[in-house]
Design a protein around this ligand. Structure first.
Ligand code: NAD
Length: 512
């Protein structure tokens, strides 16, 4: 690591094409470290070593792997403060948000350690009459080497975190963190060795997009979390080798507040779920639709709460609610969305400006009087902004909520739970939460994955582990006679008998 120096973000662009990569504290502009960028030779070597290690790891069996996963969990629990501090330094997020990342990983390892065995146990499959002579079992085998490519907004939860189920399923993992946040991943690499895992079971490749592409060519599966734009490139590249991909992509999560909602809870939730982590969460509330009778009151309550938020260079726990951008260029998208909204008639009720500091900060911002001609309502903003739109009724809110290429998450607020559920079912999103927003992320039993252009596949739940496996169906013949009826030679009588039998078994339709 280099000595700590100050460097402006402009200099960073020059470094983009160099063979070195710099990590900054985006809240202060301080350079934290420089790393050499890995090249295609390092990718090849890493994959070859991971292949060997994967055989050993899979051969350990579930009990052997479980002991090491539990050691990892204890390690994270013991060193939570150190890890959270590093995430906080590297991302500019409050320590309170950084700590949450480590907690989510601990809970996830715990879940995998308790459930992976059951989830991966061979499953007997009952067949219909046509296959009465067959006894089938589905077995799950590790894929081998999984490439986990992660984003900068949750370097721990979405980078290291996706290694958890892949490792639990018996694979080796090569993690390519975002070039903006490689330090967290490198520390995890060290930690896993301290927990008794051999060097090559979890490896980290430092670099930008091109390294990701090289990795895709060589691994057995790609778990990608990032933007929809990059996700499409990942899928295109993986198609060349028919490598399976799981994609967790961008979103534009709507929140719907119905007229009978508890206004205090809705306003508090809107503020928290839009501003937590500086709005840089894939499942942040990005836009709100409020029924006409409560619109003005709701907007006033939200604006008052947002104006009370404290922002600045995060210090100890509880020092600020909103930190800086983790990826400094992101501020330009946020500024453009706010400027576009204002130019088209939106009112800024809180914030609205970039802060003039060494770090990259944008004030927590509330926009009212917005509509779907504005980018802030249709494109992912990924920053501390909350545009709030008035709607006639629930039908209009649902129509607008679905008017997006994304379908990651959504939330509905009402005191009438049955109505909330009914609205939830009409929203095109992988998860819809009634009277809360991202809460499902900790319900690890339930699958989470985007619809439409928000992703492909799921994380969490049984499928979140099984996706890291090859399925193999083993079929046993119950009564292995010399010849089955349908074997050669064909004959008229035999075929007519089979047709009659088929009609008898399947020919009856549903009764009117
Ligand atoms: P990004 O797409 O720019 O980068 C993600 C990762 O892909 C990085 O490691 C990057 O280096 C790598 N990459 C870039 N180009 C590549 C290429 N051509 N081939 C292979 N890898 C390549 O995303 P980001 O800006 O780091 O993250 C923010 C985005 O991630 C937002 O859109 C957010 O919604 C999304 N996100 C989604 C989830 C989810 O679970 N759905 C979670 C977190 C973030």
């Amino acid at each position: 690591m280099t000595a700590r120096t100050q460097r402006s973000f402009g200099d960073r662009a020059v470094l983009y094409w160099s063979a070195m990569l710099e990590t900054l504290n985006p809240a202060t502009g301080e350079v934290l470290a420089t790393f050499p960028v890995h090249g295609s030779r390092e990718v090849e070597a890493a994959v070859a070593q991971a292949r060997e290690a994967a055989v050993w790891w899979a051969g350990l069996g579930w009990s052997g792997r479980r002991i090491r996963l539990l050691a990892w969990k204890s390690h994270l629990t013991r060193y939570m403060a150190r890890l959270a501090q590093l995430v906080h330094d590297e991302t500019g997020k409050p320590l309170d948000d950084a700590k949450l990342e480590i907690i989510l990983a601990i809970v996830h390892i715990d879940w995998a350690a308790r459930h992976a065995r059951r989830v991966l146990r061979p499953r007997r499959v009952r067949s219909g009459l046509a296959a009465i002579n067959q006894a089938s079992t589905v077995e799950y085998h590790p894929l081998g080497v999984v490439g986990v490519i992660g984003p900068w907004n949750y370097p721990f939860t979405n980078g290291v975190g996706d290694a958890i189920p892949a490792l639990a399923a018996g694979n080796a993992v090569i993690h390519k963190p975002s070039s903006v946040t490689p330090m967290t991943a490198l520390l995890m690499d060290e930690a896993l060795r301290e927990c008794g895992l051999p060097d090559d079971i979890f490896q980290v490749l430092v670099g930008r997009g091109p390294i990701g592409l090289t990795l895709i060519d060589q691994v057995d599966m790609v778990m990608f979390t990032g933007s929809t734009e990059t996700g499409k490139k990942v899928m295109e590249r993986a198609a060349k080798t028919l490598t399976p991909v799981s994609l967790e992509l961008g979103g534009k999560d709507p929140m719907i507040v119905l007229a009978d909602a508890d206004l205090d809870r809705s306003a508090n939730a809107a503020v928290f779920w839009s501003m937590q982590n500086g709005g840089q969460t894939c499942i942040s509330v990005e836009r709100v639709y409020v029924e006409e009778p409560i619109y003005e009151e709701f907007v006033a309550m939200v604006a008052e709460r947002v104006r009370a938020l404290r922002q600045g260079v995060p210090g100890d726990f509880g020092s600020v609610e909103v930190g800086s951008f983790t990826n400094p260029p992101q501020i330009e998208i946020v500024e453009a969305h706010v400027a576009d909204a204002v130019a088209k008639g939106a009112r800024v009720l809180a914030g609205g400006q970039r802060l003039q500091t060494d770090g990259t900060f944008f004030e927590p911002t509330v926009l009212a009087g917005v509509d779907h001609t504005m980018a802030c309502m249709t494109e992912e903003t990924f920053g501390p902004t909350l545009p709030i739109m008035k709607v006639r009724d629930a039908d209009e809110a649902i129509k607008l909520a679905n008017d997006t290429p994304y379908g990651l998450q959504a939330s509905v607020y009402t005191k009438d739970i049955a109505k909330g559920e009914a609205v939830a079912r009409r929203i095109q999103a992988g998860a819809v939460v009634v009277n809360d927003a991202n809460a499902n992320y900790i319900a690890l039993e339930a699958p989470m994955g985007g619809w439409k252009q928000s992703g492909l596949g799921v994380r969490h739940g049984a499928e979140g582990i099984r996706k890291y496996c090859r399925r193999q169906t083993i079929v046993l013949t119950r009564f292995a006679m010399k010849k089955d009826l349908y074997f050669f030679p064909y004959g008229k009588g035999k075929s007519e008998f089979l047709v009659r039998l088929l009609k008898l078994l399947y020919g009856r339709g549903a009764r009117d």
